[in-house]
Write a protein that binds this ligand. Structure first.
Ligand code: SAH
Length: 241
């Protein structure tokens, strides 16, 4: 999968993408992340990319010329998304959708945002990472890159490890434990050390249900509540909320 990112701070995104899961995926050639400096297409000697807003007001606005020129020079994979608070909210379903593409591109705004003509005539859509305002689209682009990247086949070491994670099943994940078996008197649940895979799977499913009912009842409601079988399971394990 190829992902192109357009930004005035290429080093931020480049540094981020070189670590961890993404870094390894890029090294192995599973992901092809290309970062473009919006300033490289600026036409004036100062390499300006921003100017003050027509109509007055605070701050600066990213100008259309360098943005159009950068995108046209790179001919990046489409769809090209502008990051911004007005965009479609990023969630697991959006991430799955993007992970199914051969590629897509991200345009990071800065200052007060981008000239409206970029929104209307250059990008194909907008993505938001939440109802708050960031200083720039770079962090948002990295969130999209990581959330989508880890769903691309071959990016995670063990291809199964995404299947049970939070949201993939419509539930939050069950609790995880590692060594030591006893830490400051807090013990790892006996069932996880039993070696009984049937019981472990059942316990994990029950715990995922309990975690989700407690922390995100909206997710449980969205999947139509608990099934009769799930109710019975929680009752049998003494976990009924
Ligand atoms: N004036 C704009 C905010 C500009 S913030 C407004 O009121 O809507 C500067 C840049 O940060 C934006 O162009 C966008 O690229 C990025 N950004 C800010 N909040 C974001 C969010 N919630 N999701 C994604 N990108 C965001």
């Amino acid at each position: 999968m190829r992902v192109d990112v357009f930004t005035i701070f290429p080093d931020i995104v480049d540094g981020f993408a070189s670590f961890g899961l993404l870094g390894k995926a890029i090294e192995r050639g599973v992901l092809d992340v290309r970062i473009h400096d919006l300033r490289s297409e600026a036409v004036d000697p100062h390499r300006s990319v921003d100017d003050s807003p027509y109509g007055g007001g605070a701050g600066m606005v990213l100008m259309p010329e360098p943005l159009f020129a950068s995108v046209e020079a790179a001919n990046p994979p489409r769809p090209l998304f502008l990051l911004g608070p007005a965009g479609r909210p990023l969630d697991h379903d959006v991430a799955v959708e993007l992970a199914g593409l051969d590629g897509f591109s991200l345009l990071c705004g800065r200052y007060e945002g981008v000239d409206q003509r970029v929104r209307e005539h250059l990008v194909d859509g907008e993505l938001s990472i939440g109802d708050y305002v960031l200083a720039g689209g770079e962090v948002a682009a990295m969130v999209v890159l990581e959330a989508v990247g880890r769903l691309v086949p071959g990016v995670m070491g063990n291809d199964d490890s995404g299947a049970e994670e939070s949201f993939a099943t419509g539930l939050l994940e069950y609790p995880q434990y590692t060594r030591p078996a006893s830490f400051r008197g807090w013990d790892v649940p006996e069932v996880l050390r039993s070696g009984d895979h049937g019981r472990i799977a059942e316990w994990r499913h029950a715990q995922a249900l309990v975690q989700t009912v407690r922390a995100r009842p909206d997710l449980v409601a969205a999947r139509g509540g608990l099934t009769d079988g799930e109710q019975a399971l929680l009752e049998r394990l003494g976990l009924l909320p």
